[in-house]
Design a protein around this ligand. Structure first.
Ligand SMILES: Nc1ncnc2c1ncn2[C@@H]1O[C@H](COP(=O)(O)OP(=O)(O)OP(=O)(O)O)[C@@H](O)[C@H]1O
Ligand SMILES: [Mg+2]
Length: 241
């Protein structure tokens, strides 16, 4: 039992031994991913050959090909996310400047927020300017939090990415004014494959937590239904006393 605030230890806890899931991941990588890639390549060859023989691009056959391609893409996304979850991240630690990482992220996801009519802001005061981290993995973890916020926040709402902390500790909070999470579901959001979203995989938060804990940090989620959700990530720059 790790005693994380509001999140009971459970079968989906990221501290479970990983041996079995890693073996499954190796099998999936080999037995599913390779044929899946071959299917995608063959489908695009088929599409090309069909378009040489059928000039009418609105023909039903192209719609069928597009549907198959979409299904293959979502299967490929699922496999990619599952492998990311199942294989513990190998971290390449280097000094990472916090503010540029957050503004980069906001530049990347900003257009999607704007399209939905959700305001996105980055604020920061205090805390270390640089942390020893794997910048790519850390960005991926925070991106998962921002994506969750965006998916749960209707037009007119807002998302803020706030960084703060004192000298030896960095805290990054992703706060949204979205639908929130019902109290009886809050304890399950870090369980692998727990999702309430149509088309969701339920791996975004478990992956984010694994990355943050790989850095020796903590990730927690607090929420008020109807008011919004805050995901808070804490990293220690020096070992805890
Ligand atoms: N900011 C948020 N606001 C409301 N609900 C949230 C938020 N973040 C997470 N949740 C809830 O936690 C669940 C799990 O989140 P998680 O990111 O692990 O998976 P997902 O978003 O459903 O799928 P994906 O694998 O595509 O990320 C969500 O389905 C949703 O019910
Ligand atoms: Mg998610």
């Amino acid at each position: 039992m790790k005693g994380r605030k509001g999140i009971p230890s459970s079968a989906g806890d990221s501290q479970q031994p990983l041996v079995d899931v890693e073996v499954i991941a190796a099998g999936i990588a080999h037995e599913v991913r390779n044929p899946l890639n071959a299917l995608q390549i063959n489908l695009s060859i088929l599409e090309q050959e069909l378009s040489e023989q059928i000039p009418d691009k609105s023909s039903h056959v192209f719609e069928v090909v597009r549907k198959i391609a979409n299904e293959l893409r979502s299967l490929d996304n699922f496999v990619t996310e599952f492998l990311r979850y199942a294989r513990p991240p190998r971290l390449k630690l280097e000094p990472v400047a916090v503010r540029p990482l957050l503004t980069d992220l906001a530049t990347f996801i900003g257009p999607e927020c704007a399209k939905k009519g959700v305001a996105l802001s980055v604020t920061g005061e205090g805390g270390p300017g640089t942390v020893p981290a794997d910048g790519f993995q850390l960005k991926h973890a925070i991106l998962n939090l921002v994506l969750n916020a965006l998916q749960s926040t209707p037009a007119g709402g807002s998302i803020s990415i706030e960084s703060k902390g004192e000298a030896g500790r960095l805290e990054i909070a992703v706060r949204d004014t979205g639908e929130g999470i019902a109290p009886d579901l809050l304890g399950r959001v870090f369980d692998a494959f727990f999702t309430t979203r149509e088309g969701g995989t339920g791996l975004g938060l478990p992956i984010a937590r694994r990355i943050v804990e790989g850095h020796g940090g903590r990730l927690e989620v607090a929420s008020r239904p109807g008011e919004g959700t805050t995901a808070t990530l804490s990293l220690w720059v020096r070992p805890e006393p």
